[in-house]
Design a protein around this ligand. Structure first.
Ligand code: SAH
Ligand code: SF4
Length: 350
């Protein structure tokens, strides 16, 4: 039982030896509950069209220098089947937030089509923002079984500073409850290292994960984007990057220590800060990696933050270099498996 005080102390560690000890402890918990195993999800960034205007995000609607795209259904399905052929076992379809009947049925059809064409062998996670319960239900029935919706921060006042006034913290929380009711495996998470964020707020975030009894956690360090209100003028010095990576790893370790059997992603933001960021995430307690399988021609359009990695690297290249990197740290890849959250099944047994 970790106290808030202990968690805050972990999050404030700076001594390299103490940090290594924290990561080692978290990795041990991961070994105990999950083993030396990593699950892969092929990430498809299906559209950068977004109605929201989050102050931190590079594809916010207010950023007029972004060329907007939506990948055609056939091309999305093609990327999904590529992931299947390469034994990924699961995919994530991620996009900006669009609320319309046209978009809802677009996603519904794609999910159904992928289910059919993969003969149910691909796990499907959606990450398409806040939607009505009826839309979540349609997507669930079409065959999606996991949903990622980050709360971004669990502190309502801080949430209000990071978003325009019409972005509603309570509504976002309510979406997580609705997803739960529909029997999705529910994932959420926060950004760490945001300007003005305190260790106490991050401890509150960790408690939020616990109270919501989440199945999956997707978190990453904040990385500034120069065309956003929050990122303007922040210089990405080597020291800044080092610190952001460190807080990202500390949050992974604390989450593993606290929640034990959930799926935790070692996210792309870690990789953006260091070539070995994702491997470091695994060694600090994460067990999921989401290699980008989006057609390379679209990747430049989907830059949530600066220095997005693998912009020109095609999926074939990322797959082989990633496999090597994972094996080199002694972890095994769970090829051809959904890689479901163990916590979800335990929760259902109770
Ligand atoms: N529109 C959907 C999904 C795409 S955004 C949604 O917002 O839920 C996916 C995630 O990217 C967000 O949840 C946010 O946590 C993260 N993100 C956005 N801008 C970022 C930045 N500048 N640095 C790090 N992560 C960022
Ligand atoms: Fe849109 Fe998601 Fe970016 Fe917010 S974080 S602007 S909802 S894509």
């Amino acid at each position: 039982m970790l106290t808030d005080h202990e968690l805050a102390r972990y999050l404030e560690l700076t001594d390299p030896a103490e940090l290594q000890e924290l990561y080692r402890k978290a990795y041990e918990v991961k070994l105990r509950h999950i083993g030396k195993k990593v699950s892969l999800r092929g990430l498809i960034e299906i559209s950068n069209i977004c109605r929201k205007n989050c102050y931190y995000c590079g594809i916010r609607s207010g950023n007029t220098s972004v060329r907007r795209y939506r990948i055609d259904a056939e091309d999305i399905i093609h990327s999904a089947l590529w992931a299947l052929e390469h034994h990924y076992g699961s995919i994530v379809l991620q996009s900006g937030e669009v609320v319309s009947e046209e978009f809802s049925s677009f996603i519904e059809k794609i999910v159904r089509e992928i289910r059919t064409r993969s003969e149910g062998r691909l796990g499907i996670t959606l990450c398409c923002g806040e939607q009505t319960p009826a839309v979540y239900e349609r997507w669930r029935k079409a065959g999606a079984h996991r949903y990622l919706l980050r709360i971004e921060t669990s502190d309502p006042l801080f949430y209000a500073k990071l978003h325009p006034a019409d972005h509603n913290f309570e509504a976002r929380k309510q979406c997580l409850r609705e997803l739960r009711k529909l029997d999705y495996q529910v994932g959420s998470g926060v950004m760490s290292g945001l300007p003005g964020q305190t260790a106490e707020q991050l401890v509150h975030d960790l408690r939020f994960f616990q109270e919501f009894d989440l199945d999956m956690i997707g978190m990453g360090p904040y990385i500034p984007h120069c065309d956003t209100p929050l990122g303007k003028g922040i210089e990405l010095t080597p020291e800044y990057r080092r610190k952001q990576l460190e807080i990202g790893l500390k949050m992974i370790a604390c989450t593993r220590l606290l929640l034990e059997d959930v799926n935790i992603a070692s996210t792309t933001a870690l990789q953006a800060l260091s070539d070995t960021g994702r491997e470091q995430g695994l060694l600090a307690g994460a067990n999921v990696i989401m290699p980008n399988v989006t057609d390379t021609s679209y990747r430049r359009g989907y830059q949530l933050y600066a220095d997005k990695p693998a912009l020109d690297e095609n999926s074939e290249q990322s797959c082989s270099s990633l496999t090597e990197k994972i094996l080199s740290i002694g972890e095994q890849i769970l090829w051809d498996e959904y890689g479901d959250s163990r916590h979800y099944f335990k929760r259902k047994e109770l």
